[in-house]
Design a protein. Structure first.
Length: 58
């Protein structure tokens, strides 16, 4: 279920490292995705990441 028009996803899971922006979603679809994602992003956003990368490879 989509709850927001735009979602910004940040990672703060590394001790001693400032938070970092990982991805932006609009209407439930990724419009911006950084490289070197932590494992938890694939668990939470795996379907969206695959769809985004499929669109880029076309």
């Amino acid at each position: 279920m989509q709850l927001a028009d735009r979602t910004l996803v940040f990672d703060n899971s590394t001790l001693g490292r400032s938070h970092r922006h990982l991805m932006t979603l609009e209407q439930g679809s990724i419009i911006n995705l950084k490289r070197d994602l932590p494992e938890w992003t694939y668990q939470q956003y795996g379907r969206e990441i695959k769809a985004y990368r499929r669109c880029l490879s076309r």
